[in-house]
Design a protein around this ligand. Structure first.
Ligand code: HEC
Ligand code: HEC
Ligand code: HEC
Ligand code: HEC
Length: 395
């Protein structure tokens, strides 16, 4: 009896050993996790149009790190650059929001790449001080390198390919093309932010090269293993997807909500409603085409604005463009000014109706797949198929 129990215990031990050995293979070695982003391109959070593409966002990024602080520590959090939005009023607001969020999340270093060019000229150093973000940039306002001590390791982070330093862990943040970066020597790690898709992070000679996941849909986690003298002995890498299962960080959510209200004000100041409205709205069509209106009301198109309202985004031009009729071209302007043109209505497919009223004989827009593809893109509607989708909205 005892014998069997002992044998069983031995067996369990053996099994445990073989299962655990890959994990304990690095024994008591010192480790450091480099958590990194790059090429976020103004993506504060995904639109949520489809569960399949619903990845990324700063509130999730921060939530993931705080929930896993213990297992990730010691770590360094870095952005390799090209986080900014476009050079438009809304794009600049995104950039400001990103920097503010980076401060809240506690980034250790943030590089300025090509997209940040305007930032370097328009927002001198106070922006970064105010946000407590250490900037690495080729600009007179900032320094090109920072030194950080973490877990008794001296880490040198720079945007200057010529400046690697002996006796330190050297990390280069750059948006030079990957082909050029492959030629650069003297760095332990190169993190690229050109937006190029790399085949996969990996080692070239002594250097580990990787690139920020475009639009921040995943967080890069690079683990470095060290020997007693502090030399890197090994690397391992994984991508952490930032899906909707991750709990958002409340403080960063606050920063994003603040952005939403500023976007709403921007819309009021910046885009004036057109005096002549080209679109009539479904209520007018209903006067003569009642059955079509009834069947349309049963589709999701008829409630597209409420999806935005739930997300607090019904003022955001980047969302209303696809969830209303004719935004920016003489159609929807705001819920107050043009409530009758909210939602995806008849004229989105059939074309503006004003001329139709003058002459019923004049043919309206022919409806083809390309009409749908303006809104049903790979990102917003990855499951789109003309045949299947048409079936659901036919009347
Ligand atoms: C390029 C056009 C486009 C833009 C821009 C867009 N959407 Fe969408 N959205 C769609 C389409 C198309 C769908 C339906 C996708 C499907 O079911 O295949 C959708 C669906 C959604 C849904 C899901 C509704 C449901 O039934 O579950 C939400 C929420 C949403 N969008 C929010 C947003 C927000 C917030 C923004 C702005 C940040 C935005 N959308 C910008 C086209 C767009
Ligand atoms: C005052 C009545 C009236 C209103 C309002 C009206 N229509 Fe029409 N519509 C007609 C008539 C009449 C025809 C022609 C019917 C026929 O030839 O059989 C027509 C035909 C059509 C057709 C089919 C012909 C084609 O060219 O494809 C479509 C689609 C259509 N209307 C869409 C709309 C939409 C969308 C609206 C709202 C923006 C609208 N109509 C508003 C009266 C109206
Ligand atoms: C102006 C933008 C726009 C155009 C054009 C457009 N759609 Fe949509 N569509 C949307 C949005 C936004 C939603 C999501 C509505 C929501 O639930 O918030 C949607 C949802 C749908 C859905 C519901 C998907 C589901 O999950 O059940 C179908 C089906 C659909 N569209 C088919 C079409 C077809 C077919 C065309 C072309 C003939 C088309 N749409 C053209 C914006 C558009
Ligand atoms: C998602 C795109 C879409 C939306 C939104 C839409 N329709 Fe249509 N409608 C179609 C398609 C596709 C047809 C099929 C005829 C065709 O191929 O042109 C059609 C056909 C029609 C016809 C009949 C044309 C005929 O030849 O008999 C009328 C009338 C019409 N729609 C009116 C409306 C009205 C009114 C609304 C709004 C309440 C509306 N549609 C919303 C796509 C749409």
């Amino acid at each position: 009896m005892l014998d069997i129990q002992m044998k069983r215990a031995l067996l369990i031990n053996l099994v445990l050993l073989t299962v655990l050995s890959p994990l304990t293979g690095h024994g008591q070695q010192r480790v450091l996790n480099i958590l990194y982003t790059g090429s976020i391109q103004g993506e504060l959070e995904p639109c949520g149009c489809s569960p399949k593409t619903d990845f990324g966002g700063l509130a999730r990024l921060s939530g993931y790190i705080s929930e896993n602080k213990k297992s990730l520590s010691p770590y360094l959090l870095i952005d390799a650059g090209n986080f900014s939005g476009d050079d438009t009023p809304q794009g600049r607001l995104k950039t400001e929001t990103l920097l503010k969020a980076y401060g809240v999340i506690g980034y250790d270093a943030v590089a300025f790449g090509k997209r940040e060019k305007a930032l370097q000229d328009n927002f001198p150093s106070p922006v970064s001080k105010e946000n407590k973000v250490r900037v690495v940039a080729d600009s007179p306002h900032y320094s090109r390198s920072v030194l950080i001590n973490r877990n008794k390791l001296n880490i040198h982070i720079s945007s200057n390919p010529e400046s690697s330093e002996k006796g330190k862990i050297n990390i280069l943040l750059s948006d030079l093309p990957v082909s050029e970066l492959r030629e650069i020597k003297g760095w332990d790690i190169i993190i690229n932010s050109s937006g190029e898709l790399m085949e996969g992070p990996g080692r070239t000679g002594k250097t580990f090269m990787t690139a920020g996941y475009p639009k921040g849909k995943k967080l890069g986690i690079l683990t470095l293993y060290f020997d007693r003298s502090g030399k890197i002995t090994d690397f391992s890498h994984r991508w952490q997807p930032l899906g909707s299962n991750i709990k958002e960080d409340a403080a960063v959510r606050g920063v994003l909500n603040d952005y939403d209200s500023r976007v709403a004000m921007l819309l009021k100041e910046d885009i004036k409603p057109l005096t002549e409205v080209k679109y009539l709205g479904a209520e007018r069509c209903a006067e003569c085409h009642q059955p079509f209106v009834e069947s349309w009301k049963k589709t999701k198109h008829a409630s597209a604005i409420s999806s935005l309202e739930h997300a607090g985004k019904s003022f955001d031009p980047e969302c209303v463009i696809c969830h209303t009729v004719g935004f920016g071209e003489g159609g929807f302007y705001s819920m107050e000014a043009t409530p009758g043109l909210a939602n995806v209505q008849c004229e989105v497919c059939h074309g503006p109706g004003r001329e139709h009223l003058a002459d019923f004989e004049k043919p309206l827009n022919a409806i083809t797949e390309s009409v749908c593809l303006k809104c049903h893109t790979r990102d917003t509607s990855p499951d789109f198929s003309y045949k299947n989708y048409l079936e659901k909205v036919k009347h």
